[in-house]
Design a protein around this ligand. Structure first.
Ligand code: FPP
Length: 247
């Protein structure tokens, strides 16, 4: 039985989030520069996005650039931005063919103009696509997202729209970048690092975490299938006992 055949198509996660890590180390391993790793990372983005859409995943969120990534060497940041512009600019056909809609989370207003322009074009072109949302986290920080939500709620309290005492989890949910997106059921991180690194902190309260030693450019269709088979073998209890779940 192939790995793909082992996947239960009835319980495919609606939302998968991925921390794409290890591009630099993968490149170094073969004596190449870090940018070579990022370029090969794009291949994995393409393959995994297509595979997710085919399997029936409704939302795929990729951590493409964190607020902390600005601290990398200037040349690498520049190259990453150029790669984003080029990739986003050349993916219209693929996204249309696969009926995928592009979305972003994070403060994209601080991204270079060129990146914003390409993003807006691709968002507009794909806005009526329905098979899957590809959500790019760009200039994203989970803590900053929560701070922003708190500010908006504080404004609502000041305006008398809500009472401080009546603030609910839903008030926080609806003020996050992910207001329209369900919580991820599965989060994958490549390259052997065992951290969330400020990614979807609030949204991942009950998310199943999957870590693999593979570097992101090595992560392919089969790697995704493996993660899904693992995920489906777990029991998600949300604080309940196994017996309660059986009822
Ligand atoms: C992590 O590897 C990767 C990134 C910070 C950038 C991810 C970007 C891409 C895959 C390319 C562009 C993406 C899209 C969606 C078009 P790392 O550099 O942290 O690797 P290291 O930990 O080995 O240094």
């Amino acid at each position: 039985m192939s790995l793909k055949e082992k996947i239960n198509t009835a319980t495919i996660p609606q939302h998968i989030a991925i921390i794409m890590d290890g591009n630099g180390r993968w490149a170094k391993k073969q004596g190449k520069n870090r940018v070579f790793g990022h370029k090969n990372g794009v291949k994995s983005v393409r393959e995994v996005s297509e595979a997710c859409a085919e399997l029936g995943v409704k939302h795929l969120t990729l951590y493409a650039f964190s607020t902390e990534n600005w601290n990398r060497p200037k040349l690498e940041v520049f190259a990453l931005m150029e790669l984003l512009v080029f990739t986003i600019g050349s993916e219209t056909k693929t996204l249309m063919k696969n009926n995928i809609r592009l979305k972003t989370i994070g403060d994209t207003s601080k991204m270079p103009e060129k990146v914003q322009r390409e993003l807006n074009k691709l968002k507009e072109a794909t806005k009526n696509n329905t098979r899957m949302d590809l959500v790019l986290a760009l200039n994203y920080s989970g803590r900053q997202e929560l701070v922003n939500a708190v500010k908006k709620i504080a404004e609502d309290v000041k305006k008398g729209k809500i009472e401080a005492n009546n603030i609910t989890e839903n008030d926080i949910n609806r003020n996050l970048y992910t207001a329209e997106i369900p919580e991820p059921e599965l989060m994958i991180r490549t390259s052997g690092e065992l951290r969330l690194s400020n990614f979807l902190l609030w949204q991942s309260a009950y998310t199943e975490l999957y870590f693999t030693e593979e570097f992101w450019p090595e992560f392919n269709r089969e790697s995704l299938y493996k993660a899904l088979v693992q995920f489906q073998s777990r029991e998600r209890r949300f604080g309940k006992t196994s017996e309660q779940l059986e009822k």
